[in-house]
Design a protein. Structure first.
Length: 136
């Protein structure tokens, strides 16, 4: 698994929203400035997060974004999968989007990459937005 810029920026934007909970909607410009994320790219990311039900947006003066769920209820794995797809380093070991491989039986690489997937998924499922925002 390699975390893309999109995945990294999504996590950073959500972390910003967690830290600013209780302040009302956070304008996209402020999130972009606080987290040093290109505004146009952030707009696309926040749209995906909104469609997934993680954030909501408010238009107009005083508008912006806010987190819809408790930070402790949102695993990092959920966000990474949403932005970057399966956590597995090889598709043949993915639990969410597996592919069949003719060398499946007895493949040492598959066995090791399965262990990698399990370790990475275990950590990212356990950690939440609260953990990365320092409020966990």
């Amino acid at each position: 698994m390699k975390l893309s810029k999109k995945g990294e920026y999504a996590l950073r934007a959500l972390s910003c929203l967690v830290r600013r909970q209780g302040e009302g909607p956070v304008p996209i410009k402020e999130i972009a400035e606080d987290e040093q994320i290109p505004k146009k790219f952030l707009e696309q990311i926040l749209l995906e997060l909104r469609k997934a039900g993680l954030v909501e947006s408010t238009r107009g003066a005083g508008g912006g974004y806010r987190l819809l769920q408790e930070p402790r209820a949102v695993s990092l794995a959920r966000v990474v999968r949403l932005m970057d797809g399966p956590l597995a380093p090889l598709r043949c070991v993915s639990r969410t989007a597996p592919i069949r491989c003719s060398r499946e039986k007895g493949c040492g690489l598959r066995l090791v990459m399965g262990e990698v997937r399990t370790a990475v998924a275990g950590i990212l499922e356990e950690k939440t937005l609260a953990d990365i925002a320092g409020s966990g």
